[in-house]
Structure formats: C-alpha cells, structure tokens
Design a binder for this molecule. Structure first.
Ligand code: TXA
Ligand code: MG
Length: 337
C-alpha cells in the first residue's frame, strides 16, 4: 500500500479515506494517532494489524464536540461533565460505561469506552468531516510514540493510507487517562493534565498502582495497555535517580561503552559522554515534549545504553517518569540508596 502524506489543508481527502474504512495518521496535541471510523469494527480491526497491537488492548475514541459523547457512552455523570468542561479540548481521556454502538474491536471486550476531545485543530476538522475516530498512538506496538509526521512515516510507511503532517506535537506524551467507571475516579495513565488539576476539579481521585510499579504476577491491569512493554528503543535504557551532581559523577564513570546521557541542558558541560538533552532542568513541559523523539534519536545514533536522568515524579514529571519506567523495563538505579 502506498502511504500518502497530506498537508493540514488536505483534511477533506483524509476524511474520504476514513469514510471508505481506511486508516489515516493524524496529528494531535499529545502524539500522532492512527485513526479509523470508531463505529466501523472492520476499519478498527485494521488499526490492530497495522500496529501489530494485541487485540485485547482497547482504543480511545476521539470526538470534536462534547455532544458527540452521548452516542458513545451509556452514562455521562456530573464529574465527567466537569472534567470535559474544564479540560476539553485537551490531553485528557475519560473512561465511562460504553453504549451498545461501540464495536468490540474498540473496547476489546470491556464494558467501558475511553473518550477524548483533542486540542489539535486538524484532528477536530478530520472528525467533523468524517465521524468519531478510534485512534491509538501511530507507532508500531512497543516502540516510542510518534511526535512528528516523520516518526509516523518511519513506523507506518506502506501500512496505512495516509498521514496528515501537522508539525511537531506540543505536549509530546499521551493524554492523561482517568476512569470514571469506578468511584472514586482512578488515574490509569498520567499525562499533560496532572493529578493536582484533576483533584482541583472533582475532588478525590486515586492513582492506579501500575502508574509507577510493575504489575505483580497474575495481577489484572485496570488499563490493558499498562501490561505491555512500551516505548522501548533498541538501546538499553537505565533510569537514574538522585541529585544532578550524583548523576553526573555516575555517568562520567561509564566511558567507552557506546553509551549516552539523556540529561538536562545544565548538565551537558560537565558530562563526558555524548549528551541528548531534555531541555532546562526546571522546564518540565519540555522534557515531556522531547522524550519520545530523544528515544528515537538514541536508536538513530546507535547507542547501546542510555543513562536517563530522572528529574522528578510530580506534576507533568509523573507522565515523563511513567514513560521512562516502561522504556527502561523498570530498570532504575537510585543513587541516594
Ligand atoms: O494522547 C493520547 O491519548 C493518544 C492520542 C492519539 O490521542 N492516544 C493514545 O492511545 O495514547 P493508545 O491506544 O496508545 O493508549 C490508550 C490507553 C491504553 O493504555 C489502553 O489500554 C487504555 O488507554 N484504554 C483504552 N480504553 C480503555 C478502557 N475502556 N479501559 C481502560 N483502559 C483503556
Ligand atoms: Mg500507545
């Protein structure tokens, strides 16, 4: 199959592909998504084949106007309305009991559905011109999520009908996922909207233990996506906790091993390994925006080991920490211990 690259002025063409049951990669403010008609089970099944995604991992349905949620869910409770009002369009996915219009391919056999109203104008235009769209991140299953059309091309060329090039994604990590199908609401995946922002809006929420810990033997994943190895580049990633000084000392003791340091701008002048920087230490949004492209860059440069600095676990940093735990397969060295 020939994969066509479209500009954001050619969304009409992309909408035609969707209506025929095809696959289009679209930009969102978080990461690129691989979209198909959410109410067409056959079209949705193609997403799983193109990505090599396990069929038991459900998809997020993207809408362009809040009213569109009504045909997708069987309940739209007050707390969900508040979150939608406050954070949509934006990087928040809300899980609710599904309506019977949702194909099994989307919900992977669960009785819930995940819904999001994305911030990127091209994504909303595509939905307006076609229909609600089921869309996981547009990477091959297991590899880092794509934050540019070029990343999508690397993974999906020849496997999908088209890519809309909407530039680099602003947020850079996938949306925050919260389930309102349980009480109190439970955070399943951290993202651009932080736990503090959610508590501010709706009061008590819990954070699923899988956000920061590997699943135990035989433990059920609340979010099936959390049980799979994720975001893993070919390089062996090791996540390092501790002060900047301790991190710098640690990486400088690791010469000649084809290794690189994934660090902050301020660290680079003291580090003798090749550096790939997440940005200034206190600019946490920049770390989120860059991590996936840095993981891809590490592979392009052929590093065999990446020593990644852990700069924090709060706010937006929780999302970065969660992705890096998975990229490292939970290989963490705590220099304070
Ligand atoms: O920012 C994002 O959310 C991006 C863009 C494209 O919108 N999409 C994305 O989709 O990250 P995906 O499929 O890569 O991640 C969706 C996550 C998975 O971990 C999946 O298991 C979980 O959400 N999920 C989806 N539906 C669910 C449901 N009904 N119950 C629990 N978890 C669900
Ligand atoms: Mg994904």
């Amino acid at each position: 199959m020939e994969t066509e690259v479209l500009s954001v002025r050619e969304v009409d063409k992309a909408a035609e592909i969707i209506k025929r049951g095809g696959l289009v990669a679209m930009p969102t403010e978080t990461v690129y998504g691989l979209a198909a008609d959410a109410l067409n089970g056959e079209a949705v099944a193609k997403i799983f084949r193109a990505k090599g995604r396990p069929m038991d991992n459900p998809l997020i349905v993207h809408i362009a106007r809040v009213e569109q949620i009504n045909e997708l869910v069987s309940e739209f409770p007050e707390k969900a309305r508040i979150l939608a009002e406050k954070f949509w369009p934006g990087p928040l996915t809300i899980i609710l009991p599904k309506s019977d219009r949702i194909p099994d391919e989307v919900s992977a056999g669960l009785d819930t559905v995940a819904v999001r109203l994305p911030g990127h104008a091209a994504a909303r235009e595509l939905i307006e011109k076609s229909c609600p769209l089921a869309a996981p991140s547009a990477n091959l299953s297991g590899s880092p999520s794509p934050t540019t059309a070029g990343h999508v091309w690397q993974d999906m060329n020849g496997r999908i009908d088209a890519i809309i090039d909407g530039g680099a994604c602003e947020v850079g990590v996938e949306s925050t996922v919260i389930s309102l199908a349980v009480d109190p609401p439970r955070l399943l995946r951290p993202g651009g909207i932080t736990p503090a922002q959610l508590r501010d809006a709706i009061g008590e929420i819990t954070v699923d233990s899988a956000v920061c810990h590997p699943l135990g033997e035989g433990q059920q994943a609340a979010s099936p996506g959390m049980k799979y190895k994720h975001y893993a580049p070919k390089a062996n990633v090791i996540l390092i906790k501790g002060s900047a000084e301790a991190y710098i000392r640690y990486v400088n003791e690791r010469q000649g091993k084809n290794a690189a340091a994934m660090c902050c701008d301020e660290d680079t002048e003291y580090i003798t390994l090749p550096c790939i920087s997440m940005g200034k230490e206190n600019e946490h949004e920049s770390h989120a925006q860059r991590i996936f492209s840095l993981l891809r860059l590490a592979d392009e440069r052929g590093y065999s080991t990446v020593y990644a600095r852990c700069t924090g676990e709060d706010g937006v940093e929780l999302a970065v920490y969660n992705r890096m735990l998975r990229a490292s397969g939970f290989e963490v060295i705590d220099l304070e211990k």
